[in-house]
Design a protein. Structure first.
Length: 238
């Protein structure tokens, strides 16, 4: 039991470190979580679950066929796919920032004035329907992007390969479970923190959250371009 707990704890630490050491991970969630407060944590969970599944599936396949397949070309193309995905998410974020109209209303409930942030898309649908469709899109986008990111990013295998060092299968699976849990927790925390901070900024100055949406989309595109260009220049990705 002691060995299993050590493997589990090591996996959790590795999963959290894996999240925060990858600019691509954080950039992918920024356009989706901006201004969504604690609801963004659910996006982080969905992204983390998809990412973990993708990484573990590829790791298992790699372990089975590693002697028959040259992984280097796959790794190069995988990172390019990640770059294209990040650019796509960034464009979606910029489009959302352009279409959304944000403003704050001040209300007095007897305990002092406070502001509520309101978001409008400018499309011809009822607000509740727009909000529900927007939420579903973000949820599905987070899961899909996380899965694609995990499958396509061959460099992510480095995070799960330490599972091979454990002497028993139980310890290896404990590590993988911890790695997945750490990834999910790390992404959920980042998404919730980023969403809450940008939402509070938007309540004080509505234009700031719109600016945050533009900034998040731009950062995502920049990281995506870097993920494609940097390897072509002969440098290794972080």
């Amino acid at each position: 039991m002691h060995e299993l707990l050590i493997a589990l704890g090591t996996g959790i630490i590795a999963g959290i470190a894996h999240v925060y050491m990858g600019a691509d991970h954080l950039a992918a969630l920024m356009p989706l979580s901006v201004g969504r407060k604690l609801k963004a944590a659910w996006l982080g969970v969905r992204w983390g679950v998809g990412h973990s599944m993708g990484v573990i599936i590829v790791a298992v396949i790699f372990l089975v066929v590693r002697r028959a397949v040259n992984i280097d070309p796959l790794s190069e193309w995988g990172e390019r796919i990640v770059g294209v995905m990040l650019i796509g998410l960034g464009i979606v974020g910029l489009r959302a920032a352009f279409k959304h109209k944000l403003h704050a209303h001040t209300h007095d409930h007897g305990e002092g004035d406070h502001a509520h942030l309101h978001v409008h898309t400018g499309e011809g649908h009822p607000p509740d329907q727009r909000a529900e469709e927007h939420s579903h899109f973000h949820t599905h986008a987070a899961l899909a992007a996380g899965t694609l990111h995990g499958v396509a990013g061959m460099a992510h295998l480095m995070g799960v390969l330490p599972s091979l060092a454990f002497p028993t299968l139980k310890e290896s699976f404990s590590y993988l479970g911890g790695f997945a849990g750490g990834t999910v927790a790390g992404m959920a925390f980042f998404a919730a923190a980023f969403g809450t901070i940008t939402a509070k900024l938007g309540q004080k100055a509505p234009k700031m959250i719109k600016g945050s949406m533009y900034a998040a989309g731009a950062i995502c595109i920049i990281v995506g371009v870097a993920w494609i260009v940097v390897p072509l220049m002969g440098y290794e990705l972080p």
